[in-house]
Design a protein around this ligand. Structure first.
Ligand code: ZN
Length: 171
């Protein structure tokens, strides 16, 4: 059986290999469990994607399985531009929730007019407290999160997982 990756950096759903399901805070990113799995598959290749309705052109974020505008379910995956500017941010120096190290930085981002999204509330990583200021540029970044065992029929398979955040663009 493949080995479970432990959570060393971001998030600790597996405490000494126990409680992997009870404390798991990450999505099940497998086609058996998740109809939006291409979102994560694309992320594993460093791509930030979402769904666009083939019928009316409506772009949803986060991705969806049916268009909220026309209820069509013929959707395609499109790539989103990966940079944004910080509008405002908060830094939690102490008392971050279980699974998060301090400082826990979250930011309200603003996108360029050509970007399908206007704003996004998101976590910032690879960043020191006090480093980031409103107006600074940040970019999409992925990171590994703990893998998890998933039962598929009578087999157990290991689902490797990723998630995303934004990080400061190096000047
Ligand atoms: Zn639509």
């Amino acid at each position: 059986m493949a080995e479970l990756k432990s959570a060393k950096i971001y998030g600790v759903p597996q405490l000494d290999g126990k409680y992997s399901v009870v404390l798991d805070m990450w999505p099940l990113e497998d086609p058996e469990q998740n109809r939006l799995y291409p979102f994560y598959d694309n992320m594993k290749q460093g791509r930030w994607t979402t769904t666009k309705c083939k019928k009316c052109g409506y772009i949803s974020y986060p991705p969806v399985v049916a268009c909220p505008n026309c209820w069509g379910d013929e959707l395609e995956w499109i790539d989103l531009p990966k940079t944004a500017k910080v509008v405002s941010l908060t830094e939690t120096m102490a008392g971050a929730p279980l699974g998060f190290d301090s400082p826990l930085i979250v930011a309200w981002l603003g996108f360029d007019k050509s970007h399908p999204l206007k704003h996004l509330f998101v976590r910032i990583i690879n960043c020191q407290a006090g480093q980031l200021k409103p107006g600074d540029e940040v970019q999409f970044v992925t990171f590994e999160v703990p893998s998890i065992p998933i039962d598929v029929k009578k087999e157990t398979k290991i689902c490797d997982r990723v998630y995303y955040a934004f990080e400061p663009v190096k000047k």
